[in-house]
Design a protein around this ligand. Structure first.
Ligand SMILES: [Fe+2]
Length: 359
């Protein structure tokens, strides 16, 4: 079956996802955030997708959910059976199937961060909300949070998944967009504790300490059926991770000239990956290169693992650094190189571009 369509949105540490079925063009937004609606609509249109569902993996406390704005008319909101909000929704029970066109996923209840936390699992993916994050677990210092239960839920429901299952969390703070179950098994310090009790003890937290006035205000708005929402919002909490951490990663970057030399000596197009979105590629790209958008890199890990050396480029050299960091953490064999200055720099040097000229 064709891989899904995926766009990852990363904003102030919060991650939301546009997931689409390539067969039916039906789409869902997972954990959409207020302030991002225009972006969601832009990509729905760019990919030719029709929004059918919104999923809130739990009642968010740190940022405003856009579900009240997006789940209208025929678009259904899905939350856990354990959710207590006034918002009209369909409930997902533990083990319940959730379909999006020909994509078949399943709800796994993963309480602990909140009582109503769920993960959507299937098609080689796990949308983990704030249960399993990259290199940590979600916060467990809100009223109703249970750190021991969180650790147990993640170990029971997510860790037994196949190692190459892609992990798409509700937050990421290190410029790494996604992970795999295997990478978290090996590298997530929160999961290295012998048991839930020792994990919880290491956090040294007091239940409810995370409920600042800003958090309580967001929580209240996220529970209302039709809240009055501002258009511009900042998060109520700076970080939603706990019990882990990662070292900062360095990325190998090539100047435009170095990249051009490497390109000239390149054996075939699989070694050069343009990580922009398809609509950007269509406006102009370097000849004899491969398009795999940053959001969809995870669907091509096998191919990427075989490309050594691997050159990553984007428009200006920012997304290619994120791509390199993400792939490095997933254990890509060789060093992935980011092309500094991106295709704009390439074009400015007069190196070949086909399909158009970048503005
Ligand atoms: Fe959360």
């Amino acid at each position: 079956m064709a891989t899904p369509i995926l766009k990852i949105f990363s904003h102030q540490g919060c991650q939301s996802y546009l997931l689409g079925c390539r067969d039916t063009q039906e789409a869902a937004l997972i954990d959409p955030k207020v302030g991002m609606e225009e972006m969601y609509h832009y990509f729905l249109q760019a990919f030719g997708l029709q929004l059918k569902a919104v999923v809130d993996t739990h009642t968010h406390a740190d940022h405003l959910s856009a579900s009240s704005r997006l789940a209208t008319g025929d678009v259904a909101l899905y939350m856990s059976t354990k959710t207590h909000v006034e918002r009209e929704r369909l409930s997902l029970a533990h083990g319940q199937a959730w379909r999006l066109g020909s994509l078949a996923l399943e709800a796994h209840l993963v309480p602990g961060h909140t009582e109503d936390s769920l993960a959507l699992v299937g098609e080689g993916m796990a949308f983990t909300g704030d249960s399993l994050l990259i290199g940590s677990l979600g916060r467990a210092d809100f009223h109703g949070s249970k750190p021991e239960q969180l650790w147990e839920s993640v170990q029971r429901e997510l860790m037994p998944l196949p190692k190459d299952t892609l992990v798409f969390p509700g937050h990421s703070y290190q410029d790494i967009l996604f992970s795999t179950i295997g990478a978290e098994q090996e590298q997530n310090p929160a999961l290295a504790f012998a048991d839930a009790k020792s994990y919880a003890a290491s956090l040294n937290i007091v239940e409810g300490a995370g409920n600042t006035p800003a958090v309580d205000q967001m929580l209240a708005l996220n529970q209302e059926a039709n809240p009055q929402l501002p258009d511009v919002v900042t998060n109520a909490a700076a970080c939603c991770a706990s019990g882990g951490g990662m070292e900062k990663q360095e990325v190998a970057e090539l100047t435009t000239e170095e990249a051009h030399q490497a390109y000239s000596a390149m054996a075939d197009a699989t070694h050069w990956v343009d990580v922009r979105d398809p609509q950007e590629w269509a406006q102009g790209h370097i000849p004899n290169t491969t398009l795999i958008s940053l959001s969809e890199l995870g669907f091509h890990l096998k191919q990427l693992r075989q490309a050594d050396p691997l050159y990553l480029c984007c428009r200006s050299g920012v997304r290619s650094v994120t791509a390199a960091k993400t792939l490095q953490r997933l254990g890509i064999q060789a060093t992935p190189y980011s092309v500094a200055g991106g295709i704009l720099g390439w074009q400015a040097h007069g190196f070949p571009i086909e399909g158009g000229v970048l503005a």
